[in-house]
Design a protein around this ligand. Structure first.
Ligand SMILES: *Cc1c(COP(=O)(O)O)cnc(C)c1O
Length: 424
């Protein structure tokens, strides 16, 4: 494409971006976040931005609830019941009725609870666990350990093949709703139905879908689910994860980590374990209150927001970004690895690019923050509550400018770069 054509294209797309932002019903949400105008933040799928009111809430939690009330806050400030309360705040975002989600521990730990719990629910005849072969690594490591501990065989399968691989020997199937690398959205309703028809349990990892798109946990009959809160839910670095156990399984759910806070009478301090009823059964030890209450406050940005409207804007944003990339970047210089079909796309766009490490480093220097997945994937996360169409247009324009720069040192980039250390 000639320079003139690019300039004309930029004018047209820039104007379109302004029009789209002007009619965007979620545009007003951006001011709820601590963001600067210099940066286009496209890494909210790895670490969500800070909602602007959270520091004041945390000052109160630390100064008054901890500093002045001290131990009284377990009761008077609602600390003790925060895991279930915050779980009920997340529930509508992922399509769950109250009483089925508990917040605490990391996603990794909750994957372990869910897989071992599912194997125990499935019974002794079922001796294999299917795991998403393309999964985020921690899920695979933990499923493998859960399989060893429970004496089951671990069978890695591509998510698209899970429906044909599941059978009478399958205890549980652990799948990622959205692939963290490619941004591909998997068919949660169809795969859940296939898994359940085979008599196995469907466990979904929602790290890259919770807060990005409708999940419909109850509507689709999901058995167990886990998810992150520091990505699209903006809970802050290391914010505790969530565990969903469908109500029909709660009475029989036998957690492999039955800590005292999941006891029916935690302050009875009895030597015998007796599991609490309901979502509380998924708790382990003392909850991480500071992180949990930062998350609780962060969830205020969802007041009055339907996840369907977030999804509509997310698809419009990723469509528009892909359109801008196609207009500005010479054909073939980057290749989208995220599916074009809406039904198969999460809320990110991944582009493969041979010199991705250099390109992402330059993008970050120029204020367009995405991240890198080795060896050659540029990842751009679109968080509709605070990213707009002008951001998408600018990101694509800066990307095209950087791709036009000569590679100063081709072929020698190996070690990790800052762009990839930003979490998951
Ligand atoms: C982000 C992510 C995780 C992160 O797990 P942590 O225990 O929070 O480090 C796990 N699984 C998937 C699919 C993820 O995307």
């Amino acid at each position: 494409m000639s320079e003139t054509a690019t300039a004309v294209g930029a004018e047209g797309l820039g104007a379109r971006a302004r029009e789209l932002d002007a009619v965007d019903p979620l545009a007003g949400h951006r001011k709820l976040f601590a963001l600067d105008e210099e940066t286009v933040y496209l890494d909210g799928n790895s670490l969500g931005a800070l909602p602007a009111h959270v520091p004041a809430r945390m000052a109160d939690v630390i100064g008054r609830e901890w500093g002045e009330l001290r131990i009284r806050s377990w009761d008077e400030s609602g600390w003790w019941t925060a895991p279930e309360r915050v779980g009920d705040r997340i529930a509508p975002i992922v399509g769950a009725a109250p009483g089925q989600i508990v917040v605490g521990d990391s996603t990794s730990v909750n994957v372990f609870k869910a897989v071992v719990g599912a194997v125990r629910l499935a019974g002794p005849e079922r001796d294999e666990i299917l795991v998403d072969a393309t999964t985020f690594p921690t899920d695979g490591y933990l499923a493998a350990s859960a399989a060893r501990l429970t004496g089951r065989r671990l069978v890695p399968v591509a998510p698209g093949e899970a429906a044909s691989a599941v059978g009478p020997r399958t205890a549980a199937v652990l799948l990622n709703h959205v692939d963290f690398r490619t941004g591909r959205l998997h068919d949660l309703p169809g795969l859940t139905a296939a898994v359940r028809a085979a008599g196995a349990l469907a466990i979904w990892d929602l790290c890259h879908s919770a807060g990005a798109l409708p999940v419909g946990l109850d509507a689709h009959g999901v058995d167990l689910a886990v998810g992150c809160t520091y990505k699209y839910l903006n809970g802050g670095p290391g914010a505790p994860a969530f565990l969903y156990v469908a109500e029909r399984h709660q009475a029989a759910f036998d957690s492999p980590l039955p800590g005292w806070t999941s006891h029916a009478d935690p302050f009875g301090m009895t030597p015998e374990y007796a599991a609490a009823d309901g979502a509380v059964r998924g708790r382990v030890g003392t909850p991480d209150i500071l992180s949990m209450l930062a998350l609780e406050a962060a969830l205020d940005v969802w007041d009055g927001v339907a996840v369907e409207s977030v999804r509509a804007k997310s698809l419009a944003l990723t469509d528009f970004f892909l359109e801008c990339v196609a207009a500005y970047v010479p054909a073939g210089r980057v290749v989208p690895v995220t599916p074009g079909a809406h039904a198969e796309r999460g809320s990110q766009v991944s582009l493969s690019c041979p010199d991705a490490p250099r390109v992402m480093r330059r993008l970050i220097e120029r204020g367009v923050v995405g991240d890198l997945r080795r060896p050659d994937v540029l990842r751009f996360g679109f968080t509709p509550l605070y990213v707009g169409f002008a951001d998408a247009e600018r990101a694509a324009r800066v990307l095209a400018e950087i791709l036009a720069e000569p590679d100063p040192d081709p072929g020698t980039e190996t070690g990790p770069v800052q762009a990839e250390t930003s979490g998951a």
